[in-house]
Ligand binder design. Structure first.
Ligand code: BG6
Length: 491
């Protein structure tokens, strides 16, 4: 990246900015990926907060990066941070000073990262427009969640569209910046091997699981109004599904990639009425044991009664030629047994077995496991003959490409990648408005169905893998979930 940029972070003193965005820019700086003269401009509401910003930022970055933090390089990096006191809700003199600061800059591009509640996106863009700051080379980055449902998302997108053209609106989904997610595209589109092995003829089913050990993490009011469907499935899991299911874009441009993802979302079979009960499981954790300790249930943490779901499992279908009759099982939840994000592609059985499986052991279908976190790896399980046995004994072994071993110095950081892309004007990993609309169009009727009287999430113990009905969702199809650390590596 060589163009000099100004990167403004509205909500610069907030949790996301201090925990993710500033540390990510610090990493980029240390890697020499920040062009000289570029500036990071976090905004604060008050002049006092701007004055105390650098000390606070340093403390937070030290806390979050641990051993990776190094004082000398931080001091050098800190010269590029310019805290600015400007209040989004008041178009006063400070906005003039802010505009002057940006207009007297060597930067050739400008990014406004809105790390604020979506309710103020419109107002913020309006003020940027009033000060003439939304120039042709200015981009605006919107954090998720965009809206609460299709209608509210549309209203937010409409407000922003009044002041920025779609090409300059960058909707972020940090899962798109994760390295293994990038590698999923590389795996699919740069290896001829998979080109003919990526459809209903070869693949039995796909599982996409994002399990978390954390609970509410103090985000009480946000999370209870959202739940796992809006917080995770509507964005992160559907984005992963798109990358697995989409056709090859004709080139790696933002428009071509997004066009292919939109086709997948459009082909998602709607789940309406009674189909919701048959294909979707929602759960909420109750008290359970994790790491030898008893942890409270969701409603205890919340201090109130609630029917918000902390777990969702879905059987989805993509109605097109490539994926006809191949189920995509999606699953996510808080307070689950392991922290893991994994895509499992389960291939079909061989068409005819030449082995006497009673003697040789059961043949298992090949499985491609793309692990996004905690470690980043791609594994393929294959059947082989056990060399230690005199007789033929079939055994699954795993071909393991572990990225953290392969690239030991590499520090994976989804936000770094995505923010650098925004500064460089590359929107290919960002989300188009039509993707947001299509994702809500699929999610909304499911949530609507949950509003029916007597509909409630099923309880599951903290530390488990979710409600029993989620297992039944697969066992009814003669399949099982592959749970990280249990049965995902081997059969
Ligand atoms: C966020 C959700 O988008 O993603 C959180 O709002 C969730 O609830 C987080 O914990 C998970 O991200 P990661 O990168 O830790 O898997």
């Amino acid at each position: 990246m060589s163009n000099v940029f100004d990167f403004v972070i509205f909500g610069g003193a907030g949790d996301l900015a201090l925990r993710k965005l500033i540390p990510a820019w610090y990493r980029a700086y240390r890697e020499g990926a920040m062009p000289a003269g570029s500036r990071i401009l976090p905004t604060t509401r008050s002049v006092e907060a701007a004055a105390g910003y650098m000390a606070k930022a340093q403390a937070k970055v030290e806390e979050f990066l641990g051993d990776e933090f190094e004082l000398e390089s931080w001091k050098a990096f800190a010269n590029n941070i310019v805290p600015v006191a400007v209040d989004i809700s008041t178009l006063d003199q400070r906005w003039d000073d802010f505009a002057e600061l940006l207009n007297n800059s060597a930067a050739t591009s400008r990014v406004f990262y809105l790390s604020t509640p979506p309710a103020v996106y419109g107002e913020c863009c309006k003020h940027l427009d009033a000060k003439g700051l939304n120039t042709a080379t200015s981009r605006v980055v919107l954090e998720k969640p965009i809206g609460y449902d299709g209608k509210s998302a549309d209203a937010i997108n409409e407000q922003v569209a009044e002041f920025f053209p779609e090409a300059n609106i960058y909707r972020i989904d940090h899962y798109m910046g994760k390295e293994t997610v990038q590698n999923l595209m590389a795996l699919r589109f740069s290896n001829g091997l998979f080109e003919n092995l990526w459809d209903a003829k070869s693949i039995d089913h796909v599982q996409i699981s994002v399990s978390e050990r954390v609970g509410l993490e103090g985000r009480v009011s946000f999370y209870d109004g959202a739940g796992a469907m809006r917080d995770m499935i509507q964005n992160h899991l559907l984005q992963l599904l798109c990358l697995v299911a989409m056709e090859a874009p004709h080139k790696l441009s933002a428009n071509s990639i997004r066009a292919e993802k939109i086709k997948v979302l459009e082909a998602l079979r709607p789940l309406l009425g009674a189909d919701v009960g048959k294909n979707v499981v929602r759960g909420q954790y109750v008290s359970g044991e994790m790491g030898g300790e008893q942890v409270p249930g969701y409603q205890d943490e919340l201090g109130d009664e609630s029917t918000t779901e902390t777990f969702v499992a879905v059987r989805a279908h993509i109605d097109n030629w490539r994926w006809s009759k191949v189920p995509f099982y999606l699953r996510t939840g808080k307070r689950l047994n392991e922290r893991c994000a994994e895509i499992v592609i389960q291939y079909k059985d061989v068409s005819h077995s030449v082995y006497d499986e009673e003697a040789t052991g059961k043949m298992l279908p090949n499985r491609l496991i793309i692990r996004v976190q905690p470690e980043e790896s791609i594994q393929m399980t294959m059947m082989t003959n056990n060399l230690e046995s005199v007789e033929t004994k079939l055994e699954p072994v795993t071909l393991d490409l572990n990225f953290s071993e392969q690239y030991q110095d590499f520090k994976s950081d989804a936000y770094k990648r995505l923010m650098m892309d925004a500064a460089a004007g590359d929107a290919s990993l960002y989300i188009h408005r039509d993707e947001v609309d299509n994702a809500w169009a699929w999610v909304d009727p499911i949530i609507e169905q949950w509003q029916m009287p007597d509909s409630a999430p099923e309880p599951y113990a903290a530390g488990s893998w979710g409600p029993e009905t989620a297992n039944k969702l697969l066992s009814d199809d003669n399949r099982i979930w592959f749970n990280a650390g249990q049965n995902s590596k081997r059969a």
